[in-house]
Design a protein around this ligand. Structure first.
Ligand code: GAR
Length: 192
């Protein structure tokens, strides 16, 4: 069984989708803990409501990466909670080699585009500006690059006439909530 440590910085809707799949019995996994670099992020509130350990991880002095003492603390917290797998769910920091090596091949991420298209920030806006007819979401293994690791699963979303960043991202989120549990199911079942 996967013992998943979730990392997030925002709303946590993907975390909730994973938790609901576990609760529904369609994903054989356990949420070990939920860590956020943002103290008042809604993901921590969701975790408290769902009864999972909800922990603020102070990542200072760094602004865009998880490194140094905070990285060491994260590894310690995952182990304390018997976590053996990491799912990044809207975690807006770059993960460095300390964590990557501690959980080698066992860290995955979700990104709101069909990678390798539109990596990095504001993937929905990037898709609209590029004028593509189709975008989507990707669940992938995390490596040392930004949104570059091996793809596990992708789901497509059409860009509709009149789409704003908000309407497009809302439809991408719906697909993300299916894709993340599906990717974890493949790993939990040993398919990949
Ligand atoms: C998701 O759309 C996820 O793909 C994105 O943040 C959102 C988090 O939503 N992640 C990235 O952009 C990472 N580069 P959530 O907090 O509601 O799960």
């Amino acid at each position: 069984m996967l013992n998943i440590a979730i990392f997030g910085s925002g709303s946590g809707s993907n975390y909730q989708a994973i938790a609901e799949a576990i609760e529904a019995g369609t994903l054989d996994a356990r949420i070990a803990c939920v860590l956020s670099d943002v103290e008042d992020a809604f993901i921590l509130e969701r975790a408290r409501r769902l009864g999972h350990p909800a922990i603020h991880l102070d990542c200072a002095p760094f602004k865009t990466k998880l490194d140094g003492e905070a990285e060491a603390r994260a590894i310690e917290l995952i182990r304390e909670h018997d976590g053996d797998f990491v799912a990044l769910a809207g975690f807006m920091r770059i993960v460095k080699p300390g964590l990557l090596n501690a959980f080698a091949g066992r860290i995955i991420n979700i990104h709101p585009s069909l990678l390798p298209n539109f990596p990095g920030l504001e993937a929905g806006k990037q898709a609209l500006e590029a004028g593509v007819a189709e975008t989507g979401c990707t669940v992938h293994f995390v490596d040392a690059g930004i949104d570059t690791g091996a793809v596990i699963i992708q789901r497509k979303v059409s860009v509709l006439p009149g789409d704003t960043e908000e309407t497009l991202m809302n439809r991408i989120h719906e697909q993300e909530h299916l894709a993340y549990p599906e990717a974890l199911r493949k790993i939990a079942s040993g398919e990949i």
